[in-house]
Design a protein around this ligand. Structure first.
Ligand code: DGY
Length: 330
């Protein structure tokens, strides 16, 4: 390809990313401060060599069929459950994501939710703002002790490991479950102990969810898990909403099966179970895991690099469908 690749971008990204795209690509669509409609997505993809999209854009077979010449779907996220990867592979379209650059940022947010839930920071903020605060009280807004409490990780990839590093600073025993168990050496090095899922639920004071969303993990945390958890436990979810059965979570909180939750993600974003909105023991963030200027800019760098590489016949650095054949680089 001698001329600049035509890239369809579904929503405006940080300024540095936009500058790069404007200089190295022909931008088909940008500068929108709202989600694209399905029709806009179809029209854009029709003309593009590459697509840069968001986790809120559904990329399915029907969409991919509108342009047999599309080379790449570059997701501006590490999670890519919004993309039908098999459909892309069948059409020889590369799928890419933005791993690593958001690991610490998301771990920080998991930690912020954990601390805020445990120490009732949001409730305290509301009390102070309400003008009803009468001063220090011995029994006011008593929370859960974080230091020394046991934390369990559901999934133990990059973000979970980064969150676990933070837990060490709080002297917390660390348990984890992962589809693939680490070697004894790795477990020793990281100071973590493996538990089968069934044993993890009941042992931990805090449970932090870090699995990718797929058929096997949808509603992984549901009634059966909540029934085994400590009544004092707090659930933190910064992965994907549908990993937790939100209706079952509401029931567990209502019945006192667990004590609290800190959520960054929801089953049907931006909708949230109405009952959760009423619960003072639930801290709700609007999917902020990667939302710092530095991280969102680095995600932009990766999304552009991945897209430009595939459009110019090179293997993108963060290829998801690694077994792809029949491309310029394979
Ligand atoms: C991701 O990248 O998957 C996060 O959920 C949003 O940054």
């Amino acid at each position: 390809m001698t001329s600049k690749p035509k890239i369809f971008l579904t929503r405006r990204l940080p300024p540095k990313t936009m500058d790069r795209l404007q200089s190295d690509a022909t931008l088909l669509h940008c500068d929108l401060d709202r989600s694209v409609t399905r029709q806009e997505l179809i029209d854009g993809v029709k003309q593009a060599d590459g697509l840069i999209c968001l986790l809120t854009d559904q990329i399915d077979a029907e969409l991919l069929d509108v342009n047999p010449a599309l080379r790449v779907v570059s997701n501006y996220a590490v999670g890519y459950n919004n993309i039908d990867v098999d459909a892309a592979s069948a059409r020889k379209i590369a799928v890419t994501n933005t791993p690593d650059v958001l690991t610490d940022c998301t771990a920080d947010l998991a930690w912020a939710l954990l601390m805020a839930s445990a120490r009732r920071v949001v409730e305290g903020d509301r009390l102070v703002r309400s003008g009803q605060w009468q001063g220090w009280e011995p029994l006011q807004l008593l929370g859960a002790e974080v230091s020394g409490a046991t934390i369990g990780f559901v999934g133990f990839g990059r973000i979970a490991k980064a969150t676990a590093r933070r837990a060490h600073a709080f002297d917390m025993p660390i348990r984890y479950w992962n589809r693939t168990r680490l070697s004894p050496d790795q477990e020793n090095k990281l100071g973590v102990e493996y538990r089968p899922l069934d044993d993890l639920w009941g042992e931990c004071d805090f449970l932090s969810v870090h699995v990718a969303l797929c058929d096997q993990t949808r509603h992984l945390i549901s009634t059966a898990a909540f029934e085994k958890m400590k009544s004092t436990a707090t659930l933190i979810n910064t992965s994907r909403g549908p990993v937790v059965d939100e209706a079952a979570l509401v029931t567990a909180l209502e019945n006192g099966q667990i004590a609290a939750a800190g959520l960054d993600v929801y089953e049907q974003e931006p909708l949230v179970q109405p009952a959760l909105l009423q619960m003072p023991n639930v801290v709700l963030a609007p999917h902020l895991g990667s939302s710092t200027i530095k991280t969102r800019t680095r995600m932009g760098d990766l999304a552009v690099e991945n897209c430009l590489a595939a459009c110019t016949g090179k293997r993108p650095p963060n290829l998801v469908n690694t077994g792809l054949t029949g491309t310029a680089w394979s």
